[in-house]
Design a protein around this ligand. Structure first.
Ligand code: TXA
Ligand code: MG
Length: 345
């Protein structure tokens, strides 16, 4: 299959809408990461998405809508708190889980009786959903297990030859996927996946629980609320390690490395041995979120055998960065302040 790359403008809008209406799939830009889009109500189209990604069938997709009103077609009921959060955070990186109406295909929702819904903020994608008139199911547009794509070039690397169309809407603003929440009761939500809508932001409106799967390794047989949390994720070919400790400790650890081709994602002030290659990361959680997936991909492209990533803070958006990093690293943390070999997980 020939994969067409097109700029996200009005010229491609009609063609993309026709493609999706006819059961086709296409990669689309959002403000978080690129998505692989299909008509959420078309079971065959949804199957094509799972196939192109190599995604396990029981990992449900997020349904993307272009107005809060579209929620009424998907959700059995919408709690008042959900309306409040929609008013505050939509269009934007917040995904909410509802009991689904029977006509929403089980295949789209990984066999669950719930559906995850969000209204993305990218103007092209909002127009596309509106033009289609149905919700667009879209997982991140990467091959399952690899880092999520934050540019059209990343999508092309994974999907060339597998999908007919990639729409280039520029680099993603946030760089990590949306915050996923479910409702525990009328005034409490639980974060299943942290994102740019932070616990601190949600606490302005309700009580917030953080699911244990956000920062802890799940037992292989654990029953999970969000099936995506149990799979290996975001991992480049290189071995990823989280490096805990201050600048001095990180520098001292990197000097002990011998052989291989190490890559490093740091806060910026570190002095590196010549043998270590630096990739963009940053000193704020927002910068780190923006750069993390792209830099893990760059490290692979550069042939790095291992990548050491400074441990982010766990406040605000740092929680989202740390959650992705833990999975990319298979929960391996090197305590550079300790003996440098203390691996956890
Ligand atoms: O920012 C995003 O959310 C991006 C863009 C494209 O919108 N999409 C995305 O989709 O990250 P995906 O499929 O890579 O991740 C969806 C996550 C998975 O962890 C999945 O298990 C969870 O949401 N999820 C989806 N539906 C769910 C449901 N009904 N119940 C629990 N978790 C659900
Ligand atoms: Mg994903």
């Amino acid at each position: 299959m020939v994969t067409k790359l097109a700029k996200a403008d009005d010229n491609i809008l009609g063609e993309a809408a026709e493609l999706l209406k006819n059961g086709g799939i296409a990669a689309i830009p959002t403000e978080t990461v690129y998505g692989l889009a299909a008509n959420a109500y078309d079971v065959e189209a949804v199957r094509s998405v799972f196939r192109a990604k190599g995604r396990p069938q029981d990992n449900p997709l997020i349904l993307h809508i272009s107005s809060p009103e579209m929620l009424n077609d998907i959700a059995e009921s919408v709690p008042p708190l959900a309306m409040t959060l929609a008013e505050s955070f939509w269009a934007g990186p917040l995904t909410m889980i509802f009991r689904r109406k029977p006509h929403v295909p089980a295949e789209t929702c990984g066999g669950l009786d719930t559906a995850a819904v969000r209204m993305p903020r990218h103007p092209f994608t909002l127009k596309l959903i509106e033009r289609c008139g149905f919700p667009i199911a879209a997982p991140s547009a990467n091959t399952s297990g690899l880092p999520s794509p934050t540019s059209a070039a990343h999508v092309y690397d994974d999907m060339n030859g597998k999908i007919p169309l990639i729409i280039d809407g520029g680099e993603c603003r946030y760089g990590v996927e949306s915050t996923v929440i479910c409702f525990v009761n009328g005034d409490t939500v639980r974060i299943l996946r942290p994102g740019a809508v932070t616990p601190e932001m949600l606490r302005e409106y309700c009580h917030v629980e953080i699911d244990s799967g956000v920062l802890e390794k799940l037992a292989p047989d654990a029953k999970v609320l969000s099936p995506g949390m149990k799979y290996k994720h975001y991992s480049p070919a290189a071995e990823v390690y989280i490096l805990k400790g201050d600048d001095g400790a990180a520098e001292a650890f990197l000097r002990t490395l011998d052989g291989g081709k190490p890559g490093f994602l740091g806060f910026g002030g570190e002095t590196l041995p010549e043998s270590v290659t630096r990739f963009p990361y940053g000193s704020t959680p927002e910068q780190q979120a923006e750069n993390l997936f792209a830099s893990l991909r760059s490290a692979d492209a550069a042939g790095c055998t291992e990548v050491y990533v400074r441990m982010p803070e766990t406040e605000g958006m740092g929680l989202a960065v740390y959650n992705r990093l833990l999975r990319a690293a298979g929960f391996r943390i090197i305590d550079a302040e300790g003996d440098g070999n203390a691996l956890r997980g």
